[in-house]
Design a protein around this ligand. Structure first.
Ligand SMILES: Nc1nc2c(ncn2[C@@H]2O[C@H](COP(=O)(O)OP(=O)(O)OP(=O)(O)O)[C@@H](O)[C@H]2O)c(=O)[nH]1
Length: 227
């Protein structure tokens, strides 16, 4: 490991990179595995000056999950941090079926206000079932099932997400401790189990719309979200 001269996170020495063939194998990180920073770049944005950081796992495989970092987070205490689970429909297409995009915007605004902050963009589409199955879940919801019932009907657990990857990424960023912006206590527990010091939780409440009212109620009543 070497340190970039003007970077706020540690990046891999170019000579330590795994062969290209390995880098092309993109697989999810298994629980308990570690991560290293692979590369980073400036990301000037509508939310100010940010950095985007990519990672590899212990076997040298690149991860699809990335960190959006504001300021110098290394060794810093109480860094505002958000774990955002990918939601193609909300994040990209602005769907009102969920509150994902509003939460992402809120999180970006919050870290833009401060000196430091982190958003981990985790490729956990549909709480881990993927986009194809999520569309099927939407179809079932249009026939009367709620979010959890739809997942169960398809033979999945209501939430397949694992936060060990997120913990490994935060450890790789060498963050001192975090303030986690979430309504989901599983995220807090997941990071703590992964050795991240979570000082406290900050709620992240997005606008309730007619189209996402049932989705939010199900999160509160069945998934244990503090809403
Ligand atoms: N399976 C399924 N996943 C959904 C549905 N709507 C949104 N999602 C996914 O749910 C994830 C967001 O998770 P949520 O449970 O809404 O919120 P959270 O991230 O657990 O909690 P917060 O940190 O408080 O936002 C994203 O991966 C979305 O793609 C749905 O109807 N079915």
């Amino acid at each position: 490991m070497t340190e970039d001269v003007d970077s706020s996170v540690r990046v891999m020495d170019i000579g330590q990179r795994m062969p290209m063939a390995n880098n092309l194998q993109i697989r999810p990180l298994r629980a308990g595995r570690g991560a290293q920073v692979f590369s980073q770049a400036r990301l000037p944005s509508r939310h100010g000056e940010l950095q985007i950081v990519s990672f590899i796992d212990d076997a040298g495989r690149t991860l699809d999950d990335v960190a959006i970092v504001r300021g110098d987070v290394r060794g810093r205490a109480e860094v505002p941090t958000r774990l955002h689970s990918e939601c193609l429909t909300g994040d990209v297409f602005g769907s009102y079926r969920c509150d994902c995009r509003d939460q992402l915007e809120l999180a970006l605004q919050r870290i833009a206000r401060g000196e430091a902050g982190i958003i981990l963009y985790l490729r956990q589409e549909g709480r881990g079932i993927g986009i194809a199955q999520k569309v099927r879940a939407y179809h079932l919801q249009e026939r009367g099932l709620d979010t959890v019932e739809a997942n169960l009907h398809m033979g999945f657990d209501d939430d397949l997400r694992d936060y060990s990857v997120a913990a490994a990424m935060l450890r790789a960023l060498e963050v001192g401790s975090v303030v986690l912006h979430t309504n989901n206590l599983r995220k807090v527990a997941g990071l703590q189990q992964g050795g991240v010091d979570v000082v406290c939780r900050e709620p992240l409440i997005a606008e309730v719309r007619e189209q996402n009212r049932r989705y939010l109620a199900t999160k509160r009543d069945k998934s244990g979200h503090l809403l």
